[in-house]
Design a protein around this ligand. Structure first.
Ligand code: PEP
Length: 256
């Protein structure tokens, strides 16, 4: 059974005094919502707030906390880095790996992302592995190739057992933070393509069971249409995750 998931990536937003009330606001709305109960909800704040948010999230069904990134080494002299084991020790269950902002601003390569995925899985945490093409690549009709390379170079070394523990997020770069959402047809086409790659590499049951999220200017107005696509299992949400009411409305858009 594919899990239905909505994750909110807060990126580098909110000071501590702004973040804590927002987390409580989200939790309060979720407490009152029967509809949101079965959806896996993941709040992905800046590292500093993970432990507090983990404590706040306790007791609410299917509410988890995640990290936005992790180091590609386990420990040692890597000033400024945060390891997967540290994230686990403060309550994270998920780690976003390969977000397009990490790939573009911090020049993270498929080889580094492979190491990060391995380390995340080794800690027993779930990678939310991001893939997606730039505007130029889509216009050049190379979007399928880009996504295939990202997945095969960073994930296809995994055993079936390991791969099944991952969550994928298709996030076309041209849609992230731009207000330009992929149409539901574009999202469905790519998600279906991703499943076909997984089927070829692993098996049909593996491709049928893995959760693939859509991300890129997803909001409370367009979420229902995107989530209704047969191969879309929820969303990775950026901007709209910073507004409690909107974020919970997006969670409510998961078909029941
Ligand atoms: C993201 O950063 O993963 C994202 C999808 O951002 P936004 O929703 O703001 O486009």
């Amino acid at each position: 059974m594919r899990k239905k998931i909505v994750a909110g990536n807060w990126k580098m937003n909110k000071t501590y005094s702004e973040a804590v009330p927002l987390m409580y606001e989200i939790k309060d709305l979720l407490w009152k919502s029967k509809k949101a109960e079965s959806v896996i909800k993941i709040i992905v704040p800046p590292y500093l707030y993970i432990h507090d948010f983990y404590e706040t999230a306790k007791g609410l069904k299917n509410l988890f906390v995640g990290g936005q990134n992790c180091a590609y080494e386990e420990s040692g002299a890597y000033t400024g880095e945060v390891s997967a084991s540290m994230l686990k020790s403060v309550g994270a269950n998920y780690i976003i790996i390969g977000h397009s902002e990490r790939r573009s601003f911090f020049k993270e390569t498929n080889a580094e992302l492979k190491k990060k995925t391995d380390i995340t899985l080794k800690q027993g945490l779930t990678p939310i592995f991001c893939i997606g093409e730039t505007k130029e690549k889509r216009e050049a009709n190379e979007h399928f190739n880009v996504v295939e390379t990202q997945i095969s170079e960073s994930l296809f070394h995994l055993s079936t057992e390991e791969f099944q523990k991952c969550v994928l997020a298709y996030e076309p770069v041209w849609a992230i933070g731009t207000g330009l959402t992929a149409t539901s047809a574009q999202a469905q086409e790519m998600h279906h393509y991703i499943r076909s790659l997984i089927e070829k590499k692993y098996s049909k049951p593996v491709s049928d069971n893995i959760s693939i999220l859509y991300g890129g200017s997803c909001n409370e107005k367009n979420a229902a249409e995107l989530f209704a696509c047969p191969d879309v299992d929820g969303g990775l949400i950026g901007g709209a995750a910073l507004k409690a009411k909107e974020f919970v409305e997006i969670i409510h858009s998961i078909p029941q």
